[in-house]
Design a protein around this ligand. Structure first.
Ligand SMILES: Cc1cc2nc3c(=O)[nH]c(=O)nc-3n(C[C@H](O)[C@H](O)[C@H](O)COP(=O)(O)OP(=O)(O)OC[C@H]3O[C@@H](n4cnc5c(N)ncnc54)[C@H](O)[C@@H]3O)c2cc1C
Length: 190
């Protein structure tokens, strides 16, 4: 039994799991990917995002990966261009562009180092329910083993809205996000 289950272990999921684990919660973090893992994205992190990494104690690891700071920008429209340095956010003026294979692995590792349990290569297929509350997830490893995991902090379906209340339904949309929202949420009393 976990306090919280987070489905999806990249930029959103891993820091969520990390911060909850740092608060002392028992966290399960699952992803169908195995890390390091690439995904469709460019890599630019603005100063506000860099400031978050710094606050979490992770910026040094991005820098140690060999990723250079970016402080000067040029927007080029052919005949005209704008050159400059954006104002600092939370004391951070630099941007970085680490590869997702680097950034996501670093975030996953930080979540695990903070105490979250990581289950890689695990696809969440369904949500477990008690009354109108999500109490866990049902999924499958790459090798076909099925597994149910329960969480004690769950979200009532009616809080999430009808369109979010069914994993089967939200598979049509961004299933991972809705599953994450449903599985990691407010305390319940069914
Ligand atoms: C072409 C492109 C360029 C971009 N460039 C930038 C950029 O330069 N800078 C920037 O800040 N943002 C950029 N973005 C946006 C950025 O990629 C996303 O905002 C970011 O990846 C979202 O992170 P996330 O953790 O929320 O989700 P994702 O990165 O999408 O991760 C979701 C994870 O959940 C897992 N998952 C999903 N469903 C399940 C399931 N059922 N069971 C188990 N695991 C599951 C997936 O395997 C995946 O690992 C770009 C996006 C695209 C498409």
């Amino acid at each position: 039994m976990y306090d919280v289950i987070v489905v999806g272990a990249r930029c959103a999921g891993s820091p969520t799991a990390m911060l909850l684990a740092r608060k002392g919660h028992l966290v399960l973090l699952v992803d169908r990917a195995n890390f390091p893992s690439d995904t469709l994205s460019t890599h630019f992190i603005r100063p506000s995002g860099v400031a978050q990494l710094k606050r979490w104690g992770l910026l040094e690891r991005v820098i140690a990966s060999g990723c250079p700071p970016i402080s000067r920008f040029k927007l080029d429209w052919g005949q005209h261009s704008l050159v400059g340095t954006p104002p600092p956010r939370d004391g951070v003026a630099e941007s970085y562009a680490p590869r997702r294979t680097v950034l996501d692995k670093l975030l996953v590792d930080a979540a695990v180092a903070s105490g979250a349990e990581l289950r890689e290569g695990f696809a969440t297929h369904d949500l477990l329910w008690k009354c109108d509350r999500v109490t866990g997830i049902r999924g499958q490893t790459r090798h076909g083993s099925r597994c149910d995991s329960q969480s004690s902090l769950s979200r009532p379906a009616n809080q999430a809205g009808a369109e979010r209340s069914s994993f089967t339904h939200h598979k049509r949309e961004t299933g991972w996000l809705r599953a994450r929202r449903a599985a990691a949420a407010a305390p319940s009393s069914c």
